[in-house]
Design a protein around this ligand. Structure first.
Ligand SMILES: C[S@@+](CC[C@H](N)C(=O)[O-])C[C@H]1O[C@@H](n2cnc3c(N)ncnc32)[C@H](O)[C@@H]1O
Length: 277
C-alpha cells in the first residue's frame, strides 16, 4: 500500500477518536521515523509489509482508546518534546499556564524552586529552560516517574535541575524555597471521568486524591509554609471546580495575595499565594 492509501483506510477504521486523521498521521510518522511533511510530500511511496503491521498494531491500541502520547512515547510541552510513560500523567496544555504564571512572578535572580510531583518533569524542565540561573529541585513518589524525569532532564542537559524520589516533603531537607509549584493528583476517588478517555490509561497515583480530591492539595498547602522563604510563592494546579477550596486552603495556611487564574477554556485552574514569615 502507498502512504496515501494506508492513511485513508486507517482513518476510516479509527472512528472512535475525535481526530482520526491526525492520529493516523502521527502513528505513521512514528512508525516510519519521519516528519508529518514527509507524508504530504511523498503520498505515493509504498510502505513495507513490516511497517504496515507495526502501524496496524498501534492503530488497534488507539481504537480502544490508548492515548497517542503513550503509543508514540512522547508529548510536546512548552518548548520541549518529553518522553512519557504509563508511570505518570501525560503533560497537559493547561499546565503551561502554571509555567507562565511562575515566569511572571517577581523572584530573585538565583531563585530556589521545588516542583512537587514532577511526573515527566514537565514544569521543572520548562522553567529550567527559561531560567538557567534558578536552582530547581523536582520530586516524585514513583521511582519510575523520577527515572523518566531524569531522562528528560538529561536529554535537554538542564544542569540546574536535581530530580529525586520523595513522598511530598519527606525526603527534602528543611530549607527555604522562593517558589514551590505542584500539579498534584486532584480527582475525587469516585469521579466518573476516571473511566472515560485518556485518563483510563493513566495511573491512579497521578490522578486520585481521596474522596473529595483535595487530600494532596491540603497536605501541600499546610506543609509548604515550613519550606518557603519570606515572600516565597506557592503555585498549585487543581480541578476546574476546586478554585474556592484551594483559595481557602491557602488563606488558612497564612498565604496572602491569593489569586486564581482560569485556563483557555475559562475554567479556574491555577491558584497561588505569597507567604510572609
Ligand atoms: C497530576 S500528576 C502531575 C505530573 C506533572 N507535574 C505534570 O504536571 O504533568 C501528579 C504527580 O504527582 C505524583 N505524586 C503522587 N503522590 C505523590 C506524593 N505523595 N509525593 C510526591 N509525588 C506524588 C504522581 O506520581 C504524579 O507524577
Amino acid at each position: 500500500m502507498t502512504i496515501a492509501e494506508l492513511l485513508q483506510s486507517a482513518t476510516a477504521a479509527n472512528q472512535l477518536s475525535d481526530s482520526p486523521g491526525l492520529d493516523c498521521e502521527l502513528l505513521l510518522c512514528f512508525v516510519l521515523g519521519v516528519d508529518p511533511s514527509y507524508l504530504k510530500t511523498w503520498p505515493e511511496r509504498s510502505v513495507s509489509d513490516a511497517k504496515q503491521l507495526e502501524f496496524e498494531a498501534l492503530l488497534q491500541r488507539r481504537v480502544v482508546g490508548e492515548p497517542i502520547a503513550y503509543l508514540i512515547g512522547s508529548q510536546g510541552f512548552w518548548s520541549l518534546d518529553l518522553e512519557v510513560s504509563p508511570a505518570t500523567l501525560i503533560p497537559r496544555p493547561e499546565t503551561e499556564l502554571l509555567v507562565e504564571i511562575a515566569l511572571d512572578l517577581t523572584l530573585p535572580e538565583q531563585a530556589k524552586m521545588l516542583d512537587l510531583g514532577t511526573g515527566t518533569g514537565a514544569i521543572a524542565l520548562a522553567l529550567a529552560t527559561e531560567r538557567s540561573h534558578w536552582e530547581i529541585f523536582a520530586v516524585d513518589l514513583q521511582q519510575q516517574a523520577v527515572d523518566l524525569a531524569e531522562r528528560n532532564r538529561q536529554r535537554y542537559q538542564l544542569e540546574n535541575v536535581s530530580v529525586f524520589a520523595s513522598d511530598w516533603f519527606a525526603a527534602i531537607a528543611v530549607q527555604q524555597f522562593d517558589l514551590i509549584v505542584s500539579n498534584p493528583p486532584y480527582i475525587e476517588a469516585n469521579d466518573p471521568h476516571l473511566s472515560q478517555g485518556d485518563v483510563r490509561f493513566e495511573p491512579a497515583s497521578a490522578l486520585v486524591s481521596g474522596d473529595d480530591g483535595l487530600n494532596d492539595l491540603r497536605l501541600v498547602c499546610s506543609q509548604s509554609v515550613d519550606y518557603l522563604a519570606d515572600g516565597g510563592w506557592l503555585l498549585l494546579e487543581h480541578g476546574f471546580d476546586q478554585g474556592k477550596a484551594v483559595r481557602e486552603l491557602l488563606e488558612r495556611a497564612g498565604f496572602a495575595l491569593v489569586e486564581t487564574r482560569a485556563d483557555l477554556n475559562g475554567c479556574e485552574r491555577i491558584t497561588f499565594g505569597c507567604y510572609h514569615l
